[in-house]
Write a protein that binds this ligand. Structure first.
Ligand code: 5GP
Length: 185
């Protein structure tokens, strides 16, 4: 049996080796800090957290428990398929049945890479007339940015290399790792 612990400094997933970038303690401390900041900002507002599946489910679960007020949570799956338009992939939003009109929304992402996913999703949300929208991502790769997306809360800015753990996978594996691991050079 393979045992993952936060003390391990590397992990093998399929054919790739990953090394520790952020320990479980660093991850948890940062989540508590962001939770406290959002608690202050959303006093008496009963926000609706919206977690983008699949990767953000672990961060979202910790974040709402670090949030100290009334809140709700919903989950969305963004599916892309090749469209006939020249713009390439077209995305659809699945699972967001709630009435968003007049709600204070907090969009929760695992990682913002090019910004494409969030850029598209924010456009969709704006059309549903919420009272406000804010964005929180656990990780961001500033050097990979291609689409302009406003991010209100960022856990960590990281270099443009593939990472796993804390909800993020490599071909299905690694989501259960409590820290963040970066692909070894
Ligand atoms: P974007 O649309 O910003 O280019 O990419 C966002 C999505 O790409 C993330 O939600 C995540 O699913 C995936 N992604 C981007 N970078 C990484 C990475 O380093 N590791 C993993 N596991 N997924 C990533």
């Amino acid at each position: 049996m393979k045992t993952y612990t936060s003390a391990s400094d590397h992990v093998q997933l399929h054919d790739l080796l990953f090394v520790t970038l952020l320990s479980e303690d660093q991850v948890q401390e940062r989540v508590r800090e962001i939770g406290a900041e959002i608690t202050q900002a959303y006093r008496n507002k009963k926000p609706l957290f919206i977690s983008i599946l699949s990767g953000a489910f672990v961060f979202a679960a910790d974040l709402i428990r670090a949030f100290g007020g009334d809140c709700e949570i919903g989950f969305v799956k963004l599916a892309s398929y090749s469209g006939t338009r020249s713009s390439g992939d077209v995305q659809t939003v699945m699972g967001l049945e709630k009435d968003l009109q007049g709600r204070h929304l907090i969009v929760v992402e695992d990682i913002v890479d090019t910004g494409r996913t969030l850029h598209f999703f924010l456009d969709h949300l704006r059309s549903r007339q919420p009272a406000s929208i804010c964005t929180v991502t656990f990780l961001r790769k500033p050097d990979a940015a291609e689409f302009p997306v406003p991010i209100d809360y960022v856990g960590f800015d990281i270099e443009d290399r593939f990472v796993v753990g804390y909800g993020l996978d490599y071909d299905g594996l690694g989501r259960n790792l409590p820290g963040i691991y970066q692909r070894s050079k």
